[in-house]
Design a protein around this ligand. Structure first.
Ligand code: CAA
Length: 378
């Protein structure tokens, strides 16, 4: 058992941390006002972050899954908006091609996704198919060398901004099949841009496919394999969101700790009052527990070991920790915490979604309990 980062991982963490402080933090105000951080993503691509786990043969940095988790974790301490853009692009947006794509699909798409020329997105959710993802209605009908897609998708992160979309649709046999769709394909239309509680720099849109013709060579995997592909990539995706939640929790905690040390009331720093000191102790303990789950599931994933239960546990605990920590951080800041002058209220608004997307906390509990029944013993 080794709980230390390697020298290479420490160097990556420092590089990403420096980048987040220098390039991302100053842009958080603009992102809060709705700016999509295209320029920052370009700089992240130059650093190799947009293709961090893509093999070097396809133009990526060729690092392992833990490196990706370090990047999402560090970036989310500064901006959960950029954390989710990176997570969706890398895991559910790109990994399906990496793990289930044909050689031709990998050659065509991975270098562009790695270089940042393309941004990726993932389209599973529909109006009537959220947690019940299997209930999706989008149809794909084979006609000659094409599939014709009709239907609508909902809550699509990076939607409209992304260039490629992993889309799940029902083929004529009733099974779910995955496709790689490009934004430029005729019949692709971006719909409602959701107004959200937080993550204001990240796009969340509805998408409509109206007789969208997808070449048969853009089918990902075999017909009927789509749901398995979705479930497999969501295991890894959930670790990314857990890392985002961990970053939010740590970002809020670090601000609260600093504030509690400096803010004096009744003649002493508020940290010296048990009411505040115990809050900080609970925050730090829950963050540490989340960190262990996040990095252990990343370790399992990096080593090709099963991580379905561990990914769900990491997301469940880290997202709860993000919500609890951010709320308590606002409390420690008092009246100042409720203003836009300090970022703790942003962390509080951004935290909530980590309990909802890529599987709600209730879904994570279903996944964990199903896995427990399959295991013989702990
Ligand atoms: N690898 C390969 N196959 C896998 C797999 C994996 N890791 N995990 C599951 N499968 C297979 C199973 O073996 C099973 O195959 P068989 O039918 O042949 O047995 C099949 O996939 C279905 O698996 P389950 O039986 O476990 O799935 P289920 O039907 O019971 O699923 C559910 C129920 C877990 C609730 C599932 O519907 C679910 O995860 N719902 C939540 C959906 C979700 O997370 N949506 C997030 C949208 S994406 C998003 O939010 C992105 C964003 O923009 C931020």
């Amino acid at each position: 058992m080794d709980f230390q980062f390697t020298e290479e991982q420490l160097l990556l963490r420092k590089t990403v941390r420096d980048f987040a402080e220098k390039e991302i933090l100053p842009a958080t105000g603009d992102m809060e006002r709705g700016m999509f951080p295209r320029e920052i993503l370009g700089k992240m691509a130059t650093l190799g972050l947009m293709g961090i786990t893509i093999p070097e043969t396809y133009g990526g940095a060729g690092l392992d899954f833990t490196a990706y988790v370090i990047a999402v974790h560090e970036i989310s301490k500064a901006s959960a908006t950029i954390g989710v853009i990176l997570s969706v692009h890398s895991s559910v947006g790109t990994a399906p091609i990496l793990y289930f794509g044909s050689e031709a699909q990998k050659q065509k798409y991975l270098p562009k996704l790695a270089s940042g020329e393309y941004l990726g997105a993932f389209c599973l959710t529909e109006a009537e198919a959220g947690s019940d993802a299997k209930n999706l209605k989008t149809k794909a009908v084979k006609q000659g060398g094409h599939y014709v897609l009709n239907g609508s998708k909902m809550f699509i992160t990076n939607g409209g901004e992304a260039d490629t979309y992993i889309v799940f649709a029902r083929t004529e046999d009733g099974n779910i099949t995955a496709f790689i769709i490009e934004k430029t394909m005729p019949g692709f239309r971006t719909g409602k841009d959701e107004k959200k509680m937080g993550l204001h720099g990240s796009k969340t849109v509805q998408l409509h496919f109206e007789n969208l013709q997808v070449p048969a060579e853009n089918r990902l995997g075999e017909e009927g394999e789509g749901f398995k592909i979705a479930m497999a990539v969501l295991d890894a995706g959930r670790i990314g969101i857990a890392a985002q939640a961990l970053g939010i929790a740590e970002g809020a905690y670090e601000l609260a700790l600093q504030y509690a040390k400096n803010r004096r009331q009744f003649g002493k720093p508020i940290h010296a009052f048990e009411g505040t000191g115990f809050k900080l102790a609970d925050m730090a303990t829950n963050i540490e527990a989340s960190k262990l789950l996040v990095y252990r599931s990343a370790f399992l994933r990096s080593n090709g070991l099963g991580c379905k239960k561990e990914a769900a546990m990491a997301k469940l605990l880290a997202s709860q920790t993000a919500v609890d920590t951010a709320i308590e951080a606002v409390q420690i800041f008092g009246g100042y915490g409720y203003t836009k002058d300090y970022p703790v209220e942003r962390f509080m608004r951004d935290a909530k979604i980590t309990q909802i997307y890529e599987g709600t906390s209730e879904i994570q509990r279903i996944v964990i309990s199903n896995q427990l029944l399959r295991e013989k013993r702990l």
